[in-house]
Design a protein around this ligand. Sequence first.
Ligand SMILES: Nc1ncnc2c1ncn2[C@@H]1O[C@H](COP(=O)(O)OP(=O)(O)O)[C@@H](O)[C@H]1O
Ligand SMILES: [Mg+2]
Length: 361
Amino acid sequence: MIALRGVRKAFGRTVALDGLDLEVREGEFFCLLGPSGAGKTTTLKTVAGLERPDAGSVLLDGEDMAGVEPYDRGVAMCFESYALYPHRSVYDNLASPLRSPRHRLPAAEARDRIGAVAGLLGIGGLLDRPVDRLSNGQRQRVALGRVLVRPARAFLLDEPLSHLDARLRQRMRAELKAIGAVRRTTTLYVTHDAVEALALGDRVGVIRDGRIVQTGTREDVWHRPCDTEVARAFGRPRINLLPAAVTETGVRTDGGADLPVRAEAPAGTEVLVGVRPRDLTLHGEGHRLTGTVYVTEVLGRSVEVTVRLGGQRVSLVAPRADAARLRPDDPVGLSVRPENLLLFEADRPGRPGRRIGKSAR
Ligand SMILES: Nc1ncnc2c1ncn2[C@@H]1O[C@H](COP(=O)(O)OP(=O)(O)O)[C@@H](O)[C@H]1O
Ligand SMILES: [Mg+2]
């Protein structure tokens, strides 16, 4: 188990961690998601003991790590910038963590472990090759391999797939998930990629400006985002946020559509209604919005349609059969599937609107 309690860390006048609270359960694969500069790497380094918090505490399996040297914490960290021995072979690089007195294994067992990890990472055929003759993607896999070969009480992985191309990244994601399931080693995995976080994480923590703003399962962050920024982080095309006002029975959008969302706010309050692109349908029945086609883009079997709605643009994803004939400026009617609507306070500068309601499901 990894716990951070009220951790603060500043570098000069830059506050990297601003009272960060986080708990990763035993055996859990936890994804920390946030944009560049949010404090993700600093969080990992603080757990690893490579940075000392200015305030707050780090606990591993309930034990306070203050004063415990990195080497003695028993965690294995994979850095964004992989520190490998460039002139040595892939095998040697993978074997070196197993040569430290703490993790030394019998030679045959070390060989088996290295073989298994290399196979899993798709670098089994490269074991004799010097690292300086590998591609960036291959190096990144070796760096990840160095972490996974050794027994550890927790893995700390800092954007380990960021240098891979899309296809390899997808494959590695699946494999990492499989390793996670098999090894059941507590893992704190850092990424700025929401798709990755949802695919891998047993739970996800969203970090912003050095604080965790929301922690939960994929269901939680998708269906109950704490604010508009978290809602925007998940899903492509992005969630539509339509200006509306609270009424006695729900909300009315600026375009005049009445939507059945329960609001925790008095009638007349200006709000934003969140509608995911998949919850808008073309030419459907029900809660109607009318607009004109702005642009369409084919995405395989479906089409992303951007519609001008008053002064706004909204996105929806429609089956190709329904959207194929649409041309720019065509009038369209959109209906809203009411099940997944979200309601937020209006955004203010520097302060995303908090969620204040959702549809009754
Ligand atoms: N060693 C350092 N010296 C000065 N500023 C730092 C240092 N490490 C991180 N920072 C700053 O702290 C903030 C958080 O950085 P970091 O944890 O690397 O974010 P992330 O990994 O989410 O991109 C950033 O503003 C970054 O510039
Ligand atoms: Mg980082």
